[in-house]
Structures are given as structure tokens and as C-alpha cells.
Design a protein around this ligand. Structure first.
Ligand code: ADP
Ligand code: F6P
Length: 464
């Protein structure tokens, strides 16, 4: 990095992943997940430096310019990938922070790798940041960075945003390294959460675990440093998605998709990373039963589910992949015509344009996580669907449900309840669906990614 940056984002992922093909050729691909979808337009607009890992182990990559900002790759060894990323981040913290919907594993060597890698990210940020710069640390993989950075560079203004839920104190306290994580986060001047409940859980924990003085949302950490905790619900580049969905290319792609699906009367759509928090097992079972009971007709209805491969070597993810393959296979072997499956399932990531084409043609968007920090897919559907006739079925346990109140809300653990709401969403009179969708569109237009970044960074700049 030649030039120091006055605005620095630090995230586990860079906006692009470096991918080496079997013939040895190297390519860069958009990284998976909501964090990149959300932050990439922020960086394009503001400029600065994005510090993160480039998605491949045991590779050193030099910094480069991308879409008007600097990209600073942080290397991970194969052992760190296993212990810090797959292990502590995704087999300890991820399940623990998502209501323990899978069992978190606690291993001391994973923790050691987490500390080592967090220190590397903190050092990279300290090196890239100009005097008095703002550094915005992102997500659960880097919770120790705020405090490390404060020690290295007390002149910086440090923000932290957690993209996933912050768990109830009763679950968080299982963590053998709970004090260290807490101290790490309190290094930030401002700690942001997706929903007010996350900020409340965090502040309750601080009160219970530390002797620090807490006044409303402000924790006095040392004589000279206070840390504030608040909720900032994240969003998307709403207009960008809406414009993309209205391009001739996307319209043509959506027509080709309809043709490929055999022009069904109704399309139900699921779009997720293949993750056990997303409620895929429950969703597929509910849809399968609706087909089996004849409430949905495979000659007219189709359920299209696309799932991006994710964390593929982690045990729970392997198990999930097998379960979904089995479930879909079983349902399609029992219902549907030859050449006309009831469930069309693809285990793949697609370009943004194809996602927009899918959102355009989906009559019922089905978003049923067991727990989710926000869920941007729900907002993308609302932004991309071209008219107000579509319906969004949304889990109560997604952060987005607090804002998208006019969605058809479901409890994904209640299969019969979910089936009833799916049918309601599919059969409600057009007027009822339109009323809901109009309100949803208004919501995502009024609360965009710019509002999120402006609110967080405005507060961070204004703290005394
Ligand atoms: P998470 O961050 O947990 O993955 P979100 O719903 O917040 O969940 O964000 C997921 C992002 O990944 C969205 O921007 C969505 O468009 C994208 N995405 C999800 N599934 C696919 C897929 N199969 N192909 C391409 N992009 C996908
Ligand atoms: O928002 C949740 C999140 O875990 C991000 O931190 C992450 O970048 C994304 O989902 C995708 O997960 P991963 O980086 O492990 O592929």
C-alpha cells in the first residue's frame, strides 16, 4: 500500500475471491454472502481501503485497485483456514451465535488460531490507516480486532459491525473465551448490531460480566475510552437492484428461465447459501408435503431452490448437503411428471443478473431461516420483483422481519403453520398481495445501504 487511507474497512472476506482453475489459470470472482453484497456499494461510493482475505489458502497477493478503492489481501495458511475460518469462526461462533441450532465445538487450538489471525488483520489495518482515520471492522470472524487496533493505533476512530445475531447471554456464556471476546469488542468506539435485541443482549452481558459503568448504550471502558452499542439494520443498494432487474438482459433472461421451467402457473423460489441456519430442511419438507397432499400441482406449480456452496468441509455443512440432496430426490421421485420435477434444485452460485431474473419471475419468495442476522435475499426480492403481485414469505427469526412486517410471516419450526402461510401467500386475492408488497417496496426504498452506512458512520464521527 503506497497511500494511507482515511477510511478503512476490515472484513474476513474481500469483495472478490481469487480462484485458480484446474489448468492453473487465475480468476477473481465475487465473494459469497450478504456482507459483500452490502459493503461493496459503500466502498465504491466512499473509496478507501478494504482489508480482507482473498479466499485461497497459502497464497500471498499484492494490494491492488478495484472499482475506485484499494484492496489489501491478508494471507491465511492452510492450517489457519482450517482452525480460524472453518473451526473457530464457523464451527464455534457461527452455531453459538445462531441460537445453537447446531452444536458449537470448543477447541483451544482453534481459539489460538483466531487470536493469531485477528492480530494479523489488526496489524494490516494499522499499517493501511492514515493518522486519525476511521476503521470499520466487520463481523464475528474479527471480534478481537477493535481492541488490538486501539492498542496499536490509539489515534484511530474504530467502529465494529456484527452482521449476524448477537446471542442471548445464557448461550454466549458457554464460550470459554467470553471475556476476551467482550474486551475485544469494547475496543470499538461504536459497536453496531442488526437489531435492538442484539445490542440489548450485548449490554446485558457487559453489565453482568464486567465491573464497567454502563449508562444507557454507553460503556465507560477506561478513563479515556467509552464504547457505544446500537442497532443499525443493514440493507441493500435498492435502486441498483431494481435497475438491474429492469435491464433488457435480465428481462430476456427471466423469459428464458420461464421457458426452461415450462411456463408454470406459480413459481415458489428459495435463494440461500447452503447453510443449516437457513431452514432449508424445514422449507423443503413443507413444500414437499404440499405437493404430496395435492395442494400444489406439479403440472402447474414449481419450487425453484438455488443454494450457493458454502463452508463445504465443515461437518454440519456436509451433512446438510446430503440431507437436502436426499430430501429433494425423494420428493421428486414421488411427485411430478417425467421431465417436470416439482422441485428444481441447483447447488450453485449464480451471477447477480441471473439472481435478478429469478426474483422477477418468482410469485412466492420463500425465506425461512431458523435464525438470521438480517437476510438480504428478502430485501433483494422486494427490490427486484417488477410488480406488486409477488408475495414474500419470511421467517419471524430473520432480522428483516422487524422491518418487513407486511411479509407473510412464518415460524419455520411449525411445519403445518408454514404450509398454511405458503398456501395463503400463493392464493390470497391480488389486492391483498398488492397491499403488502406496496408497503414492503416502500420500506426497502426508504432504508437502503446508504442510510445504513450514513447512520453508522455519522454516529461514529459524532461520538465524543
Ligand atoms: P448470508 O450473508 O448469510 O449469506 P444474506 O441473505 O444476507 O445471507 O445474503 C446472501 C447474499 O448472497 C445475497 O446477496 C444473495 O443474492 C446472494 N446469494 C444467495 N444465494 C445465491 C446463489 N445461489 N447464487 C448467487 N448469489 C446468491
Ligand atoms: O453475514 C454473514 C457472513 O458470514 C459473512 O461474514 C460472510 O462473508 C458471509 O456470510 C459468507 O460466508 P463465508 O465468508 O464463510 O463464505
Amino acid at each position: 500500500m503506497s497511500q494511507l487511507a482515511s477510511f478503512v474497512v476490515v472484513a474476513n472476506r474481500l469483495p472478490v475471491d481469487r480462484v485458480t482453475a484446474s489448468d492453473g489459470s487465475v480468476d477473481w470472482r465475487t465473494s459469497p454472502g450478504g456482507l459483500v453484497t452490502a459493503l461493496e456499494p459503500v466502498m465504491r461510493q466512499r473509496g478507501g481501503a478494504w482489508i480482507g482475505w482473498h479466499g485461497a489458502a497459502d497464497e500471498q497477493v499484492a494490494p491492488f485497485e478495484h472499482d475506485g478503492y484499494s484492496v489489501v489481501p491478508v494471507p491465511l495458511s492452510a492450517a489457519e483456514y482450517e482452525e480460524y475460518y472453518e473451526g473457530f469462526s464457523n464451527a464455534t461462533l457461527w452455531p453459538l451465535y445462531h441460537d445453537t441450532v447446531a452444536f458449537p465445538e470448543f477447541h483451544r487450538e482453534w481459539w489460538d488460531a483466531y487470536v493469531t489471525v485477528n492480530r494479523r488483520f489488526a496489524e494490516a489495518a494499522a499499517e493501511a490507516a492514515d493518522e486519525g482515520a476511521t476503521v470499520w471492522v466487520q463481523d464475528y470472524q474479527l471480534q478481537l480486532v477493535p481492541q488490538m487496533l486501539r492498542e496499536l493505533r490509539p489515534d484511530l476512530r474504530v467502529g465494529f459491525f456484527l452482521h449476524i445475531p448477537f446471542p442471548p447471554i445464557e448461550l454466549f456464556l458457554q464460550l470459554p473465551w467470553r471475556t476476551e471476546i467482550l474486551e475485544g469488542l469494547l475496543g470499538a468506539d461504536l459497536v453496531g448490531f442488526q437489531v435492538p435485541g442484539g445490542a440489548a443482549n450485548f449490554l446485558r452481558l457487559v453489565r453482568r460480566q464486567t465491573g464497567l459503568k454502563v449508562e444507557r448504550d454507553r460503556v465507560q471502558v477506561t478513563d479515556s475510552h467509552a464504547s457505544v452499542s446500537r442497532a443499525y439494520p443493514i440493507s441493500i443498494d435498492t435502486q441498483g437492484f431494481a435497475d438491474l432487474a429492469n435491464t433488457p438482459e435480465v428481462i430476456a433472461e427471466s423469459e428464458a428461465l420461464l421457458e426452461e421451467l415450462g411456463h408454470p402457473k406459480r413459481i415458489f423460489l428459495g435463494v440461500d447459501r447452503l447453510d443449516y441456519t437457513k431452514g432449508l430442511r424445514q422449507r423443503i419438507r413443507a413444500m414437499g408435503e404440499l405437493f404430496e397432499e395435492g395442494k400444489l400441482n406439479p403440472a402447474e406449480d414449481v419450487f425453484l431452490q438455488v443454494a450457493t456452496p458454502s463452508r463445504e468441509r465443515v461437518e454440519e455443512y456436509k451433512r446438510l448437503r446430503d440431507d437436502i440432496d436426499l430430501l429433494v430426490g425423494r420428493i421428486n421421485s414421488e411427485v411430478g411428471g417425467i421431465g417436470r420435477p416439482a422441485i428444481v434444485y441447483r447447488h450453485a452460485g449464480f451471477p447477480r443478473q441471473t439472481m435478478a431474473a429469478m426474483y422477477r419471475i418468482a410469485d412466492v419468495m420463500v425465506v425461512t431461516p431458523l435464525r438470521d442476522g438480517m437476510n438480504l435475499v428478502a430485501k433483494e426480492y422486494v427490490a427486484c420483483h417488477p410488480n406488486t403481485g409477488g408475495a414474500l414469505v419470511l421467517s419471524e427469526f430473520a432480522g428483516a422481519a422487524l422491518e418487513l412486517k407486511q411479509a407473510y410471516l412464518v415460524n419455520p419450526y411449525d411445519l403445518n403453520g408454514m404450509k398454511a402461510v405458503l398456501m395463503q401467500a400463493a392464493t390470497d386475492p391480488l389486492k391483498a398481495r398488492e397491499r403488502r408488497m406496496r408497503a414492503l417496496k416502500k420500506q426497502v426504498k426508504a432504508n437502503t445501504i446508504d442510510h445504513w452506512a450514513d447512520a453508522f458512520l455519522g454516529d461514529l464521527a459524532g461520538l465524543d
